[in-house]
Ligand binder design. Structure first.
Ligand code: SF4
Length: 246
């Protein structure tokens, strides 16, 4: 059974304190994806669904050496692209989507990546999360992308009780000044990767001492240890839902 999330949101004051700690802890947080242009970022984000950024970074140099822009990728042979992106998982769908997205960029945007949500979400393989990442990272627009780390950490901190990425986005953006939305995304991702990890959060190393999950995690681990290997028993709470990737 996964670690339960808090059943109540923290107060606005506590949320502000939690977020201020994350901001101080990760002041220079940026995306881990390597890119040189909005086109490269868009393709890297599509490839990153259900895949690590490190794996994407190992894949994209070869892809972009062969297909450096939308015009080149729009003319690509799908089999060739599939071979290059194979290690990213779901490679057939991803190859199909990035070629189709490149064709749409050429046909509708002169080969450039649009900066607005509506145009981005109209591209094949691009959902709200991908659009938010491209808007916030490539164009420095106010957008807050919710990936699996942001979803989990926001709920553990009691910033939201939402069970969908869109709900988490709506709740957290009410707590963060608009000009910091794009940074808050990175604070939460980094915290999720480095300390508030999915299977076992490292609460002993965590600077967010007022986090409402601290006691929940301690109780969960105590039950798990007393039950021996396998699942802990007697831990309440609903099932944890993962956000859908875009
Ligand atoms: S105290 Fe534990 S559960 Fe809360 S944010 Fe820190 S690592 Fe995550």
């Amino acid at each position: 059974m996964p670690i339960p999330f808090p059943k109540r949101k923290v107060s606005r004051a506590v949320a502000a304190e939690e977020l201020a700690i994350l901001e101080r802890t990760y002041p220079h947080a940026v995306t881990a994806l390597e890119y040189r242009t909005p086109f490269e970022l868009l393709i890297a984000v599509i490839l990153s669904a259900q895949c690590t950024d490190a794996r994407v970074n190992l894949t994209t140099p070869r892809l972009f050496a062969r297909y450096p822009d939308a015009e080149a990728l729009a003319r690509a042979d799908q089999d060739d692209v599939e071979k290059i992106v194979k290690s990213c998982g779901f490679f057939r769908m991803k190859a199909k989507n990035i070629i189709a997205a490149a064709r749409a960029l050429v046909a509708e945007h002169g080969g450039a990546v649009p900066a607005d949500r509506e145009s981005l979400e109209a591209l094949p393989g691009v959902g709200r999360k991908t659009a938010n990442v491209v808007m916030s990272v490539a164009f420095e627009e106010a957008a807050f992308a919710v990936d699996t780390h942001v979803f989990r950490v926001s709920r553990r901190l009691g910033l939201t009780l939402a069970t969908t990425p869109r709900g988490v986005e709506e709740d957290v953006t009410k707590l963060v000044p608009r000009e910091k939305w794009r940074h808050a995304h990175h604070w939460l991702i980094l915290h999720g990767r480095e300390i508030c990890k999915a299977p076992t959060p490292q609460c002993g190393r965590c600077p967010v001492t007022m986090c409402p999950s601290r006691k929940i995690v301690a109780r969960y681990l105590a039950l798990k240890n007393s039950a021996g290997p396998g699942r802990p028993s007697g831990v309440g709470g609903g099932a944890r839902r993962r956000p859908r990737s875009s």
